[in-house]
Design a protein. Structure first.
Length: 164
């Protein structure tokens, strides 16, 4: 009787091993098929995106046509301390975007730089912390630049900002 039980155990063990291997092979083939199909769809979407980017009008994202006719003037890097602490320094690298460059553009850039330094000396570090603080700083600087330039400067582009 022990021999019949062991024969049945061997048969069921070999059957269960066979079913297990069959399940592994089927699942592997199914995963490979799904991966292939998804890969093909991603490739087709990527090709469609490139074609769509080339078909977009030139005025897309930030009115590109206006930007091409604009003039960009870099500011010298501005380094000053912030309000409330003489040990907290800020460095800003920025550029001005002019609609029409005036004849005294260099003098205007110098006056704007001076105004930015004066403004930054009144700003506490708590006011510029985080993403919303950076957004507020950028908006404040844009307002000051537009007011100082009598509308000749469209915006100030902050390229680098370091606070230490």
């Amino acid at each position: 009787m022990d021999e019949t039980i062991s024969d049945n155990d061997q048969k069921s063990a070999s059957l269960s091993t066979g079913y297990f291997l069959l399940a592994v092979v089927v699942l592997t083939l199914a995963a490979a098929g799904v991966g292939f199909v998804l890969g093909q769809q991603l490739l087709l979407r990527g090709a469609g995106t490139e074609a769509a980017e080339q078909a977009k009008p030139a005025g897309y994202l930030g009115e590109r046509l206006k930007m091409e006719s604009s003039k960009l003037r870099p500011l010298t890097p501005i380094v000053t301390n912030l309000a409330g602490s003489s040990s907290t320094w800020i460095r800003i690298e920025a550029s001005l975007v002019f609609d029409v460059v005036p004849d005294d553009a260099d003098a205007l850039v110098a006056r704007i730089t001076e105004d930015i330094v004066a403004f930054l000396r009144t700003v506490p570090i708590e006011r510029i912390q985080g993403a919303s603080g950076f957004q507020h700083l950028s908006e404040d600087l844009n307002d000051r630049v537009r007011a100082r330039s009598d509308g000749n400067v469209r915006e100030i582009i902050i390229q680098g900002l370091i606070v230490e």
